[in-house]
Write a protein that binds this ligand. Structure first.
Ligand code: DON
Length: 309
């Protein structure tokens, strides 16, 4: 078996040299300013060994990757009742699609498209004031990563708040069907802010460890969720984590994963490792172009695809 550190370093070297870098997200003005030449990768094995390379310690906007953690929190608060508000089927549509909501009477297809994540955020908010809800989400991230320095990038949040017209439309449309309980501006305020959490690959890989190890952090032994819940979150990541690119991601990488328009991807090799990659340029589906290629290289060389070698 090839050495993990060597594989990670070689992949990072290759990715830094490639000229096909995709396009940074432009619809959130603050993200359009990110340098597309960056690349970071961090892998944490079952024994806690970290292999990291490139810009693995540079914070980036985790954007939709936060949806994995808000789903986890909301399931902890309301349990399987959550699935009355949000489906768990792949959408086959872009992450900000409006059209599917009308066909499905305001019930989003899954918790990882924008509409679904806004509905999940609304469930968390129903238990708190907006500031407390956001604080709870941020503390959860800090706890999982064992790192209190993780923060929200207020400029990214404000940038999205000024320009997130589609999300306003999605939230209002769901509200008309009774799927959103709170004032839409409160729900969206929390949503925009949790998308603007800033983390490094190293921190993100640490935060994802419970998903790779049956709901427990193997280093601290602390249980985050039951094994069954971790398994099910991984299943939704596999089928829905890359929007209308989810089939391609499963085909090429073969792991549960969740992308964000900041260019990050969190991927989970069950029982083996938690992986975070970051390359800001995106493909046509809004997923990190080089991030996906790097993960494809990694799983192929290490035989980590859940579908076999
Ligand atoms: O709501 C939005 O558009 C962003 N805050 C998050 C979108 C996102 O990350 C989609 N992922 N690929």
């Amino acid at each position: 078996m090839p050495n993990l550190e060597t594989v990670v370093r070689e992949i990072a070297d290759e990715m830094r040299q490639r000229s096909d870098r995709g396009e940074v997200a432009r619809y959130i003005p603050e993200l359009a300013r990110v340098d597309p030449n960056q690349f970071g990768l961090a892998v944490i094995g079952a024994d806690g060994t970290v292999a990291a390379a490139g810009d693995c310690d540079v914070p980036f906007s985790i954007q939709s990757i936060s949806k994995v953690f808000t789903l986890t929190l909301a399931l902890g608060m309301v349990g399987d009742r959550l699935w009355q508000r949000v489906g768990r089927e792949p959408s086959g549509s872009p992450f900000n699609s409006v059209v599917q909501l009308e066909y499905e009477r305001g019930i989003p297809r899954n918790p990882f498209i924008n509409a679904g994540a806004i509905a999940v955020t609304d469930l968390i908010l129903s238990r708190h004031q907006p500031r407390e809800a956001l604080g709870e989400i941020l503390r959860f991230m800090q706890y999982l990563a064992q790192d209190n320095t993780i923060t929200i990038d207020e400029e990214v949040a404000a940038s999205e708040q000024r320009t997130g017209f589609r999300n306003v439309a999605l939230a209002n449309y769901m509200k008309s069907f009774g799927v959103i309980d709170n004032p839409v501006e409160y729900t969206l305020g929390v949503y925009f802010h949790h998308c603007a959490i800033s983390m490094t690959c190293r921190q993100l890989a640490a935060a994802g460890r419970f998903l790779a190890h049956s709901g427990r952090d193997p280093s601290t032994g602390l249980s985050v969720v039951q094994a069954e819940r971790a398994r099910r979150i991984n299943a939704v990541m596999l089928t829905c984590g890359h929007y209308d690119g989810s089939g391609e991601f499963a085909y090429r990488v073969g792991l549960p994963g969740k992308s964000g328009v900041g260019g990050g991807i969190l991927a989970v090799a069950p029982g083996t490792a938690s992986i975070a990659v970051w390359a800001p340029g995106l493909d046509a589906a809004g997923n990190s172009h080089l991030g996906r290629i790097a993960l494809e290289r990694l799983t192929k060389r290490l035989g980590w695809s859940i579908f076999g070698e």
